[in-house]
Ligand binder design. Structure first.
Ligand code: BGC
Length: 395
């Protein structure tokens, strides 16, 4: 029998400003994309021109059957220099939020999705103890302008990835590899989340406030359990403990991470393993495993704010999401408070250092013309959203 989901369950898709808007020139990622020493394979350029095309994109989502849309503000667009707030930029995002409501899409609004204004980075970015206050001040101003139209507010997207990739692995800006900096950035990001939560709660609107966290199904072969636990502690547990008491948390997962004895690094997929365009194990089971863990450790209502697959085979996308969402149904059967599923991503978009090659989209984007092409998976998942039933793919 097809799995069914409760009335009111949130079904959405997600994007992030830098990955879809275009014209990102005023933040650290743009600088990083243009640095020949960075690992970026290409620049974000016009991205998906969502800045101008959002009216059609939102209408399409609603037509497909979704009831939610997660997107982010771009801090560098709203506050291009310290203390200089752009009312025009805030008005733009207000129009986007209003368009969501016109189309019956509950907006999840993220205040920081990986990118930080150049001026804040010039003064130290997440290593600077003033950044949390600056971020919270921007959140307060933005929320005063927009808060009454927000259904769910997410302060920071995957702060654990910001700290790991930027300060430990050097693959995101500022490209450092320093354990001490990783700790310091983690501390500042945690403080930024607390201050931003207070700021948003204290301003216009009454949206629940939380953060979104990158999670994985951590697996350890015999002999590597202790190491796996240490990595999981610094990547996940400190954050799951930090969000206790929040209104909700956004859980985001894509795969498993395996550890083997004798190696300080997680194991990549082996020759016989199915993998995705990201080079991840094909492992939709991570959704159930991590939602259960988030529930146990954080104990707050959970929305899956990202889950998805980069693949050239759209049937594989449907297979992945079916398996992932079946796991979510089992969580509901066990009375775990999980309230929604947001697929990453609505559009094929700029996948950070990997550029445009990994295609996560339910909707393809022609890079030369920006023309959108709806994939069968979009129609299928939209129908799941419309009916609350996990049915077989439409043929
Ligand atoms: C991020 C997205 C990213 C996605 C797929 C998440 O870590 O929030 O920005 O595109 O994963 O890699």
């Amino acid at each position: 029998m097809a799995a069914t989901f409760p009335d009111g369950f949130v079904w959405g898709t997600a994007t992030a400003a830098h990955q879809v808007e275009g014209g990102n020139w005023n933040n650290d990622w743009w600088v990083w994309e243009h640095d020949p020493a960075s690992p970026c394979v290409e620049v974000s350029g016009d991205a998906c021109d969502h800045l101008w095309r959002y009216p059609d994109d939102l209408a399409l989502l609603a037509d497909l059957g979704f009831n939610a849309y997660r997107f982010s503000l771009k801090w560098s667009r709203i506050e291009p220099e310290e203390g200089e707030l752009s009312t025009a930029a805030l008005d733009h995002y207000r129009r986007m939020l209003a368009a969501c409501h016109e189309h019956g899409l509950q907006p999840f609004l993220t205040y920081h999705h990986f990118t930080t204004p150049r001026w804040a980075v010039a003064e130290g970015g997440w290593l600077d103890p003033r950044t949390p206050e600056r971020f919270a001040r921007y959140c307060a101003r933005a929320s005063d302008h927009l808060g009454d139209l927000v259904s769910f507010a997410c302060t920071i997207n995957e702060p654990n990835v910001v700290a790991l990739m930027g300060f430990m692995l050097g693959e995101f800006p500022p490209g450092h590899r320093d354990g001490g900096e990783f700790e310091r950035a983690t501390e500042h990001l945690q403080r930024a989340h607390v201050l931003a939560t207070e700021a948003i709660h204290g301003s216009r609107g009454d949206a629940p406030v939380g953060l979104t966290l990158a999670m994985s199904d951590f697996r350890a072969a015999a002999g590597s359990e202790e190491f796996m636990r240490q990595v999981r502690r610094s990547m996940e547990d400190v954050w799951l403990e930090a969000v206790r008491g929040d209104d909700f948390m956004g859980a985001q997962m894509y795969t498993r991470i395996r550890f083997a004895p004798g190696s300080p690094l997680p194991q990549p997929p082996g020759p016989g393993d199915r993998s995705t365009l990201m080079g991840y194990d094909f492992w939709p089971q991570s959704l159930e495993a991590t939602v259960r863990r988030a529930h146990e450790v954080a104990g707050v209502p959970i929305y899956v704010t990202e889950n998805g697959i980069a693949t050239t085979d759209d049937a594989e996308r449907i297979e992945y999401v079916t398996a992932a969402v079946e796991g979510l149904r089992r969580c509901l059967d066990d009375h775990i408070d999980v309230r929604g599923y947001v697929y990453w991503s609505m559009l094929d978009n700029f996948e950070w250092a990997l550029g445009y090659r990994p295609t996560f989209g339910l909707v393809a984007v022609d890079r030369a013309t920006q023309v959108r092409e709806v994939r069968p998976s979009a129609r299928w998942l939209g129908e799941v959203a419309r009916t609350g039933r996990l049915h077989a793919p439409l043929t």
